[in-house]
Design a protein around this ligand. Structure first.
Ligand code: GLC
Ligand code: CA
Length: 559
């Protein structure tokens, strides 16, 4: 069997992400659902995407919006039924759109029967989790912190033991050293594969790599993460899972969410010869506005750092035969537009620029719902409007650490995960055409930003359609190598994609000011044409110096 990645396949695909809770509500209970997604299939088809990643809609108490799964084999009734799901898969498939499901295997809900049986004293299921005694001095088994704040250990029922949870206390970490746990994971994948699912996203997969003996950290956050993140054993788990499930079918697309990973590991996760994953999500490029690595302390984004990160990941994965997932947005990030751009004056141009910059890189682009109409963060005025558990915890922890109430609110307002979780804005109606009833999370700017207006006279959706069409028709984009350009330029992110003797150049101005660039001499006065521009620019050759308008993006292909 050939282990070469079929670039013409993976490189031509574009994946769209749907947050089911917020896409479209078919029964007016204020929560998006599967029948709502079915109702909007024509919209999805018109974008010409190849696959949809759905955030979890399995049975769950929803303490972390479905990332706390109580039954991996069933659909939560809030979202619909198995029949609805099967209908969705069939209708998408009839339109050549694949389904990617979210596999949350680092932890399960404490309501899951595995945990419930463990609590009832069943040894087999106790071995599914990290259940430990306190240390000799009576302190918690380790000093680790939960990623949502507070200690990573909670009391295990009425015993004197504790169980590990790197996230919410209702998300108990599964012990991947236990072959039974790995067997359960493979079974779950195989079950959904039989239902016609052709893609899998693996939630925070690289934190499964804890060592058998859990040890205290020195209190430093980065050092602490290293004790359980991205360790060599993760490769073994992935390879085994690949062989026992999705890897049996070469059509399946997989993506691992890799927290604080390295370039070397990203190559190893995705080099086809290792038989692990198709690609990985990495996050370094979305931390360039963190002060000292702290998400809640926002600084103006460091553009030079952003460029260097994107370039080094791109170049190294190209050389190492790895593969990138390309994205600015997802359900855990504030909207990139609100975050990096001046949307007061240039919402449209900057949305087009950001899309150009990321989508023409080497890899597979992911578009998060609403990105294609230029949705922004909501403008909430009170903490009461937020729902997310991480947000609520952070708001309190920040105040305990000395932030005023107002500063804590401002921090949360910029970085809350709810920024991207607001309902999809279909129309200018009171509830954004998402529901006829008050949604679980409010929208605030649907009067100007909505699908109806966008399809009527907008310029962002059409631009996304063009970008997607380009990826499918232009081998330089789907298969080409990458070369960074203008590395030292303080405003422009630029690169070339090339194959043998053909090439194209992508130029993107990340600022709301005009800026002048000078291209390397080998590109000057070379003939060709503009294949994509957000200012209707035409050029027959690349001039020696070029002045880019605010947020201008330009793709020039040499003839
Ligand atoms: C991932 C998910 C996030 C969730 C966390 C715990 O980061 O994307 O939404 O809270 O894992 O499952
Ligand atoms: Ca509903």
């Amino acid at each position: 069997m050939s282990k070469k990645r079929d670039l013409s396949e993976l490189g031509k695909k574009v994946i769209y992400q749907i947050y089911p809770k917020s896409f479209y509500d078919s029964n007016d209970d204020g929560i998006g659902d599967i029948r709502g997604i079915i109702a909007k299939i024509d919209y999805l088809i018109s974008l010409n995407i190849d696959m949809i990643w759905f955030n979890p809609f399995f049975i769950s108490p929803q303490n972390d919006n479905g990332y706390d799964i109580a039954d991996y084999y069933n659909i939560d009734s809030v979202f619909g039924t198995m029949d609805d799901f099967e209908e969705l898969v069939a209708k998408l498939r009839a339109n050549h759109i694949g389904v990617m499901l979210d596999m949350v295997f680092n932890h399960c809900s404490t309501s899951h029967q595995w945990f419930q049986k463990a609590l009832a004293g069943n040894q087999k299921y106790q071995n599914y989790f990290y259940i430990r005694s306190t240390r000799k001095d009576g302190s918690l088994p380790t000093n680790w912190q939960s990623k949502f704040g507070g200690p990573a250990w909670s009391k295990f029922g009425n015993t004197d033991k504790f169980y590990l949870h790197l996230y919410d206390p209702t998300q108990a970490d599964l012990d991947w050293h236990n072959p039974d746990v790995r067997y359960e994971a493979a079974n779950i994948i195989n079950f959904w594969q039989k239902k016609g699912v052709t893609g899998f996203r693996f939630d925070v997969f690289n934190v499964t790599g804890k060592s058998e003996t859990l040890v205290n950290s020195n209190g430093d956050e980065t050092a602490e993460k290293k004790l359980y993140t991205d360790t060599p054993i993760v490769h073994k788990y992935l390879h085994e899972l690949n062989r026992a499930s999705f890897g049996q079918d070469s059509q399946i697309i997989t993506v691992g969410e890799m927290s604080s990973t390295t370039i070397a590991n990203s190559i190893d996760y995705t080099n086809p010869k290792n038989q692990e994953l198709s690609m990985v999500f990495t996050f370094h490029h979305l931390k360039v506005d963190y002060k000292n690595g702290d998400k809640w302390q926002t600084i103006p984004f460091d553009f030079m750092k952003l460029k260097e990160l994107l370039f080094s990941w791109q170049e190294s994965l190209d050389k190492g035969h790895g593969w990138n997932a390309l994205f600015w947005n997802n359900h855990d990030q504030p909207r990139a537009l609100s975050r990096f751009c001046n949307t007061q004056t240039y919402r449209i141009q900057s949305a087009q620029m950001l899309a150009t910059a990321i989508q023409l890189l080497r890899g597979t682009p992911f578009i998060y719902q609403g990105e294609e109409i230029g949705m922004l963060n909501p403008d909430y005025t009170s903490i009461e409007e937020y729902v997310d558990v991480e947000t609520k915890n952070a708001y309190h922890i920040l105040q305990k650490s000395g932030f005023s109430e107002n500063d804590a609110f401002l921090a949360v307002k910029q970085k809350s995960r709810d920024n991207s979780r607001t309902p999809m804005q279909w129309t200018a109606a009171k509830y954004a055409g998402f529901s006829h009833n008050k949604p679980w999370l409010a929208s605030t700017n649907q009067d100007t930003i909505n699908v109806a207006a966008e399809l009527d006279h907008g310029k962002i959706f059409k631009f996304y359609q063009k970008l997607i069409a380009l990826r499918k028709s232009e081998p330089l984009i789907s298969d080409g190598h990458i070369m960074p350009l203008l590395r030292d330029d303080q405003r422009v992110f630029a690169y070339s994609r090339y194959l043998a003797d053909s090439a194209l150049v992508v130029l993107t101005n990340f600022y709301d000011k005009t800026t002048t660039i000078e291209l390397p001499s080998k590109y000057k006065r070379r003939h060709g044409s503009v294949i994509l521009s957000n200012y209707n620019r035409t050029l027959g050759e690349l001039p020696r110096v070029l002045t880019l308008k605010p947020y201008e993006s330009l793709v020039f292909k040499f003839s």
